[in-house]
Design a protein around this ligand. Structure first.
Ligand code: DWN
Length: 406
């Protein structure tokens, strides 16, 4: 277990207790169930660093390896999102004559391939070997390692400092965040920017989307906690832009202190966070109560549907589904199977509750009465493509922002 993730060494006020949880992406074969790994998943809030985070996390090597089950390019919407980002950053004032762009956790190259295709100097740092290989195949220079301040020094001596350091849905996964922030600060040119986006704590609190909490997500950031954390390493928050992705994310732009003006919306967002109470322990207590209610509502709805003989499938074997299933104790008695588009997950069992994961084609063939939308963050994309299912009387269930049949 990882004990290195206290930003300022302060004590954390306990918030949620999700009980024993397996790895979010620990899809497994029937013969592997007897020695499945579980850890006690709890969250806490630091009154001084304003960080909301896991109390403990499995070791990174247990989660990110040669069989990592998540490939970013499975979502069309996300592919468009990152193409737009790549185009935008290349046209921005942060780009110099011969820029060097680094991405921390480039996964299958969903963003960097657009930089690589323009022959711009770049480097993707991706610890999961299988996704790094996919990135390589689409022309991205990758280094399959965990980023650290030590690696930052090596990268700098080989390639020089970076104009842009980017990361999406990665920073919140890294436990030793102090070392990372220090490495980024060293690797970044004086005129450079760090741009990263992650699921946003404000959205999680407002929507009770507690399934954003799982082993990999050690932190759920706010502008308050990000600003606080990086200022320890000479970086200041110069922009914060809400994103629709992953059910509500925030894109943070940081630069060396005093180099760029601070955009107005930084103050607006910080103020909104104070109004939402992201700096107060009571907010997190209320969140925990909402989480418990969501659990009870969901179990009741699924049980009621099952009791009248209807079938329920899970739609998308997301990492988030692991938290819902294990926390709510939902197994094969309530959800018959989970369909997913990722070949690596097919014919496996879901982590902990061991519900069969089947190819997406099964969903089309079996036409379940109800489908629980584990990928609720991709609802727009999924509802559009499942028009035939809906027209045929199929119904989607969601738990965000409240338990509901859509
Ligand atoms: O931070 C993380 C986010 C960005 O991605 C990672 N820690 C892991 C992963 O989380 P997730 O698994 O909850 O991500 P998604 O994007 O909500 O779900 C991806 C899964 O959903 C894949 O297995 C593919 C599947 N899927 C599907 O079966 N049909 C996805 C879509 C859009 C679909 O139409």
């Amino acid at each position: 277990m990882n004990k290195f993730c206290r930003v300022d060494g302060s004590e954390l006020i306990p918030v949620n207790d999700f009980g024993l949880q397996p790895l979010g992406n620990g899809f497994l074969l029937p013969e592997q169930t007897s020695d499945e790994y579980f850890f006690s998943m709890q969250t806490g809030f630091s009154q001084s660093s304003l960080m909301f985070q896991l109390l403990d996390q499995p070791n990174p090597e247990q989660m990110f390896h040669e069989n990592y089950a998540f490939f970013s390019s499975t979502s069309l919407q996300m592919s468009h999102h990152f193409k737009k980002f790549a185009d935008g950053i290349l046209e921005s004032k942060f780009i110099t004559d011969d820029p060097f762009i680094v991405e921390l956790g480039c996964n299958d190259g969903i963003m960097l391939k657009h930089i690589a295709s323009k022959s711009i100097r770049h480097l993707g740092i991706e610890p999961s070997v299988n996704t790094a290989l996919e990135a390589n195949k689409v022309g991205v220079n990758t280094l399959s390692e965990f980023f650290s301040s030590e690696l930052a020094t090596k990268v700098q001596s080989k390639h020089g400092q970076a104009d842009v350091i980017f990361s999406a849905n990665v920073m919140c996964h890294i436990p030793d965040i102090n070392d990372i922030a220090s490495g980024i600060s060293d690797l970044l040119k004086k005129s450079g920017v760090l741009v990263f986006e992650d699921p946003y704590l404000g959205d999680v609190i407002k929507k009770t989307s507690y399934d954003q909490i799982y082993d990999e997500h050690v932190f759920l950031f706010s502008a308050l906690s990000v600003s606080n954390l990086f200022s320890r390493y000479g970086l200041e928050l110069i922009n914060a832009e809400p994103q629709k992705t992953h059910g509500g994310s925030m894109r943070y732009t940081l630069a060396h202190k005093g180099v760029y003006p601070i955009e107005e919306n930084v103050q607006t967002i910080l103020q909104a966070e104070l109004e939402l109470g992201l700096d107060k322990a009571e907010t997190y207590k209320a969140f925990d109560e909402n989480v418990r209610k969501s659990k009870n509502d969901l179990v009741k709805l699924l049980s009621d549907i099952k009791s009248i003989g209807k079938s329920i499938a899970g739609y998308a074997a997301t990492s988030k589904s692991t938290t819902i299933l294990n926390y709510c104790g939902i197994g094969g008695d309530l959800i018959d199977y989970i369909c997913d588009t990722t070949p690596l997950k097919h014919n496996t069992l879901s982590p902990g509750m061991h519900i069969p994961v089947v190819p997406y084609q099964d969903f089309l063939d079996r036409k379940p009465d109800y489908a629980f939308l584990f990928a609720w963050n991709h609802a727009e994309e999924i509802l559009a493509k499942e028009n035939t299912y809906l027209q045929g009387g199929g119904k989607f269930i969601t738990h965000v922002p409240s338990v509901n049949v859509l």
